[in-house]
Write a protein that binds this ligand. Structure first.
Ligand code: ZN
Ligand code: CU1
Length: 187
């Protein structure tokens, strides 16, 4: 008999223990998410800092005011310290003209460009943004962006190389780019 009770108690304990663990886990989750939310009162800023945001129809280039989605070629966006939203640009060219300006350069925390290896030139896909700092660029190709000659952006070197073989131009990495190069591109 006592053996039976013991067994029953053990079974009962075994049943309630996982439930307790689950409940405790749930409480911890709720507490943690409260803490995390508490830290992130500047949520739009934090979100923008971590990811590219799709550019919507009708949005204007931060530098030149042109309607971004009306033009072909890769676009860019930047997250600048203290801002609520990513700054959006009609072209990689305008993005770099802004980014490489010594007045802005130190404030820029994230930069994104379209990966043209997987995006059609005329209407780049808003799902294909990549980290601009890791990207490869082709300058001097025959394909035009919103402002004329532009920087074709790619996630990897072979794609950039292939593009340059087809359309002309020279390969650059992020650290090779400077204002002089951007302003020498012509219109
Ligand atoms: Zn522009
Ligand atoms: Cu423009």
């Amino acid at each position: 008999m006592s053996l039976f009770i013991n067994t029953a108690q053990t079974i009962n304990a075994a049943r309630t223990a996982p439930k307790m663990i689950r409940t405790a886990g749930l409480i911890i989750c709720v507490l943690l998410s409260l803490i995390v939310t508490g830290c992130n009162e500047d949520t739009p800023e934090t979100l923008a800092a971590q990811q590219a945001i799709a550019i919507e129809t009708g949005e204007e280039c931060h530098l030149c005011g042109m309607i971004i989605t009306n033009f072909p070629g890769p676009k860019g966006q930047l997250y600048e310290r203290g801002q609520e939203q990513n700054k959006r640009f009609c072209s990689t060219r305008d993005m770099f003209a802004y980014l490489l300006d010594p007045e802005h350069q130190h404030n820029i925390q994230q930069a994104f460009v379209h990966n043209m290896a997987v995006s059609p030139w005329d209407h780049p896909d808003e799902e294909t943004y990549i980290d601009a700092r890791q990207a490869w660029y082709v300058v001097g190709s025959s394909l035009k962006g919103a402002m004329g000659p532009t920087l074709a952006s790619f996630a990897d070197q072979p794609s950039a190389q292939k593009f340059a073989e087809l359309n002309g131009g020279k390969l650059y990495q992020f650290s090779d780019l400077n204002l002089e190069l951007i302003s020498s591109m012509g219109f």
